[in-house]
Design a protein around this ligand. Structure first.
Ligand code: FAD
Length: 251
């Protein structure tokens, strides 16, 4: 009982002023921002999100945005969020921030978390890959998850978010099969010799045939998640209760 109480306490939302520790360029348009975590006790579950506020920003959509946490709970050194540069004053300010700058963070929130007992099929629409990075990093650190198959797609090879990291992770760890696909292989500056085209029913059927009653996790901009959900439930006959969705409203 004591242990349960302490887990609940550590996962309770907190709000804190945080320092930007470092920034990593993921693709030409996507960056990961590593912020300081609050002082203990605080934690989150892989797949949850936080709210980032840049108080000095004047933006018609406000000075806060919701972002899935892309680092794992076990990454004790920082809390990461990953996002694409856009035209909003919020994004322009965020992408101009330097190590040492401050922001407000509030979280964790959300129920988009893995069922560790069942195989997982992770379907990412574009930037929707962010909570999946947290999930697979944590599953590897814990070493106790059922098999994970992750399908993600991008227009070009250079816009594949976490491409090298997932490649390395899936080579080093048999628990993850990572299946990237590129829809415009000849555009962009990096050559692509891998799988091409959109995620479709044939691909999902083929790559998940060996999994026993997996749970399907769908994440990304609402239109993409809507298409993927239609594909699974209407075209493939996946039972609705076996799907979980996270919509990146705002895109
Ligand atoms: C649970 C949850 C998790 C999320 N996780 C992530 C995540 O991990 N990564 C991520 O990138 N996003 C995530 N999002 C979405 C995020 O919160 C933002 O809504 C999104 O990044 C768009 O940011 P932005 O409003 O700054 O617009 P931008 O990124 O600058 O632009 C996005 C689109 O909005 C249009 N737009 C921007 N500003 C305006 C304006 N003032 N008027 C009209 N149109 C405008 C642009 O033309 C563009 O088409 C998440 C959302 C939710 C709800």
């Amino acid at each position: 009982m004591m242990e349960q109480a302490s887990i609940a306490e550590e996962s309770a939302p907190a709000e804190w002023t945080s320092e930007l520790l470092k920034v990593r360029q993921e693709t030409p348009t996507v960056r990961t921002f590593f912020f300081g975590r609050p002082r203990l006790p605080w934690s989150f579950q892989a797949g949850q999100y936080s709210v980032l506020t840049l108080p000095e920003v004047s933006d018609p959509r406000g000075s806060s945005r919701t972002f899935s946490i892309s680092s794992a709970p076990g990454d004790r050194d920082a809390l990461a969020i990953t996002t694409r540069l856009g035209p909003s004053p919020f994004k322009i300010h965020l992408f101009a921030m330097k190590a040492g700058d401050r922001a407000r963070l509030w979280g964790p929130f959300g129920t988009f978390v893995l069922d560790h007992q069942r195989a997982a099929v992770l379907l990412a629409g574009g930037i929707g890959v962010t909570p999946f990075r947290s999930m697979v990093r944590q599953a590897r650190q814990d070493g106790r998850h059922a098999p994970i198959v992750m399908l993600s797609s991008s227009h070009t090879a250079d816009e594949l978010v976490y491409g090298e990291e997932m490649e390395e992770l899936s080579r080093a760890w048999r628990g993850l099969r990572w299946l990237p696909s590129v829809t415009r292989p000849h555009d962009g500056s990096r050559p692509w010799a891998g799988r091409t085209g959109r995620i479709d029913a044939n691909l999902v059927r083929l790559e998940t045939a060996s999994l026993e009653q997996p749970v399907y996790y769908l994440c990304g901009p609402p239109a993409m998640v809507g298409e993927l959900h239609h594909l699974l439930v209407r075209e493939m006959g996946v039972p609705e209760p076996d799907t979980r969705t996270e919509l990146f409203r705002g895109y």
